[in-house]
Design a protein around this ligand. Structure first.
Ligand code: HEC
Ligand code: HEC
Ligand code: HEC
Ligand code: HEC
Ligand code: HEC
Length: 471
């Protein structure tokens, strides 16, 4: 290109500091992009911070630069016109300038579309959702446990199709802004509470069929007492899961023709004063109202139709109760039952409040060692390795469920599957919700499960089934 052809381009781009800044940003982003390109072509960037840089920071800088250039040109219009007027033979110059901008735009489109396509792709990975964004650490941690470890965050949080995609990106952008300006809520609200959860029909039911029939399902809960021997006990429940037209837990709420709607008076949906059962096949409708409810108060409440996540609300992010967390590590052998009172002492240590995760680790370890030194000096010296291992496991029990910097602690997120730790099933099945015929939503102990053993040391039923010796 001849000297005179470059000039108008330079004049146009340098006529105002805003467009100069724009050119600088586009160039910077362009070079940074070339820099991360090799890693990108090798099959993606797995380091979340590099990912954040490559797929969020660079595109922002790039597009900001592109936007600034025309703004600068518009701002410097007057000076620009004067300078261009001074050049002879402007037609030819304009043609060359047009060619230059055309080629640049094409190059920018290629880089820009690559950037945004990769950015969008990256944002759907488990790593991006869970790790880049530190605020989602609790959910990422819980997601690492079975059975949904392999299921991408997007499968449950983004509805299939274009609309779900756009909605998710808008939500994501808002969240990114909240994180950037540090205005996100601590703790993050349960997704049901903020009404942001995509319906189960578009998520869970893409993998699990609503009409699948499951026979009675054995549920064995391992627990340990707080005595010196940490005596193991087992609770054995036969869960009447059912499904479809066979009734049972799934069939009754979600079988063909069944629609259960309910009104909740708090956003976490823990208090449910009004429930309606409707069966379009048998043409039955029953409306239940909790004792002491004023019908007028119910009218203004939001109404929801029951779906999978009304019971399985913690699928994939099932935080534990302290008891259950400690029991899990005793059951898998990382906390030795040979350590006297390890259940009781460990439970007290993980239940205490700590200002930070690191401090928890230190204090739990110190506390456990201290306890054995004082109460069981012989154990402290002879079983130091077991105590060390137990301390590590207790720390893990704490850190899987507590995130002090995000204000997530034991019990922050209610779990609706059950009724012993949170209201759960008993939000409706409390024998106080009655219809006009005084029929109530049942609380009969044998409707949902047969309790074959409750905290027994060696349940006969497990012996019968040949499961007796197993943990
Ligand atoms: C199997 C489905 C499923 C998968 C996979 C999943 N989630 Fe969730 N997530 C849910 C459900 C259901 C809720 C609603 C919980 C509630 O309202 O009690 C939720 C809630 C959340 C919340 C709101 C805060 C809370 O704990 O309620 C965040 C944040 C979140 N998920 C992030 C993630 C991230 C990050 C991933 C991937 C690492 C992920 N989710 C994967 C089902 C899923
Ligand atoms: C991408 C597919 C996928 C999605 C989406 C999905 N799941 Fe699953 N889910 C699985 C797989 C795979 C398993 C493990 C195999 C099995 O037990 O069927 C599983 C297991 C389960 C289990 C059995 C848990 C256990 O302890 O055995 C429950 C309950 C469950 N899912 C509920 C849900 C709910 C509720 C949602 C929606 C919030 C959901 N799933 C979304 C694939 C999925
Ligand atoms: C009324 C509450 C409730 C609703 C609604 C519900 N479930 Fe369940 N589900 C349960 C209970 C209770 C169990 C027994 C297992 C347990 O206690 O851990 C169970 C068991 C399961 C299991 C494991 C057993 C099996 O069949 O493999 C899966 C998977 C499952 N549910 C998926 C779903 C899906 C998908 C939906 C929505 C279509 C759904 N559930 C709706 C309460 C419910
Ligand atoms: C939003 C309210 C609500 C919640 C929460 C709820 N249920 Fe139900 N449940 C109902 C209604 C309504 C019926 C049907 C009552 C009728 O037949 O009129 C029902 C019926 C049942 C039945 C059949 C009862 C019978 O008499 O045969 C079972 C079993 C059951 N539920 C299990 C559960 C389990 C397990 C949970 C918790 C995981 C649960 N429900 C949570 C509203 C609820
Ligand atoms: C509406 C259904 C329903 C009714 C009614 C019901 N339960 Fe349950 N129960 C459940 C579910 C669901 C679980 C959770 C199973 C699991 O852990 O996945 C559970 C768990 C339990 C557990 C084990 C808790 C643990 O983890 O140690 C016991 C014990 C229990 N129920 C006793 C009772 C008793 C006693 C009654 C009568 C007052 C009763 N249940 C009535 C649904 C019900």
């Amino acid at each position: 290109m001849s000297d005179s052809a470059k000039r108008p381009v330079l004049i146009v781009l340098t006529s105002h500091w805003v467009s100069m800044l724009g050119v600088f940003l586009v160039t910077l982003a362009g070079f940074s992009w070339l820099f991360v390109l090799p890693a990108n072509l090798r099959g993606g960037i797995s380091n979340p911070y590099l990912g954040l840089l490559a797929f969020v920071a660079i595109p922002i800088v790039f597009f900001a630069g592109l936007v600034l250039i025309p703004i600068g040109i518009a701002l410097g219009r007057k000076k620009l016109t004067a300078e261009l007027d001074a050049i002879p033979d402007r037609r030819d110059l304009w043609r060359r300038a047009g060619l230059f901008f055309g080629l640049m735009t094409l190059a920018n489109l290629v880089i820009g579309s690559q950037l945004s396509y990769r950015a969008v792709e990256q944002m759907d990975t488990v790593q991006f959702c869970g790790q880049t964004c530190h605020v989602m650490k609790p959910e990422f941690t819980a997601h690492g446990l079975p059975p949904h470890r392999q299921v991408a965050c997007a499968s449950c949080h983004i509805a299939p199709g274009a609309e779900g995609f756009v909605r998710a990106k808008m939500n994501g952008t808002r969240q990114l802004i909240e994180v950037t300006f540090n205005t996100f809520p601590r703790p993050i609200e349960p997704a049901l509470a903020s009404n942001r959860l995509v319906s189960s029909a578009e998520t869970c039911e893409q993998c699990h069929s609503r009409q699948r029939v499951t026979g009675p399902m054995l549920k064995i809960v391992n627990k340990y007492k707080d005595d010196e021997a940490n005596t193991p006990t087992k609770t054995v429940l036969m869960m009447m899961v059912g499904g479809g037209r066979t009734g049972g837990i799934h069939g009754v709420h979600l079988g063909p023709g069944v629609h259960i709607r309910y009104a909740a008076s708090d956003n976490k949906r823990q208090t449910i004063p009004w429930v309606e059962y409707q069966n379009t096949e048998s043409r039955e409708t029953r409306t239940y109202v909790a004792a002491g409810t004023n019908p007028n108060d119910v009218k203004s409440l939001p109404v929801f139709e029951m779906q999978c996540v009304d019971c399985h609300n913690r699928a994939s992010h099932s935080f534990e109760q302290p008891d259950a967390a400690v029991d899990r590590f005793i059951a898998n052998g990382q906390i030795a039952t040979s350590l006297p009172f390890v259940k009781k002492t460990g439970l007290a240590l993980v239940k205490a409040t700590y200002p930070s995760s690191d401090e928890a680790a230190q204090k739990i370890k110190d506390g456990l060692i201290q306890f054995y030194r004082q109460s069981y000096p012989a154990v402290a010296s002879q079983h130091a390795a077991e105590i060390e291992s137990a301390a590590r496991a207790l720390t893990a029990a704490y850190q899987d469920n507590n995130f002090p910097d995000l204000k997530v602690a034991w019990g922050t997120y209610p779990n609706n599957l059950g009724h012993t730790d949170f209201p759960g099933c008993f939000r409706c099945h409390d024998d106080s919700h009655a219809n006009s015929d005084k029929k109530t939503i049942t609380q009969d102990c044998n409707t949902c499960h047969q309790a074959l053993a409750v905290e027994e040391t060696s349940p006969a039923v497990l012996e019968t089934l040949g499961l007796g010796s197993k943990k």
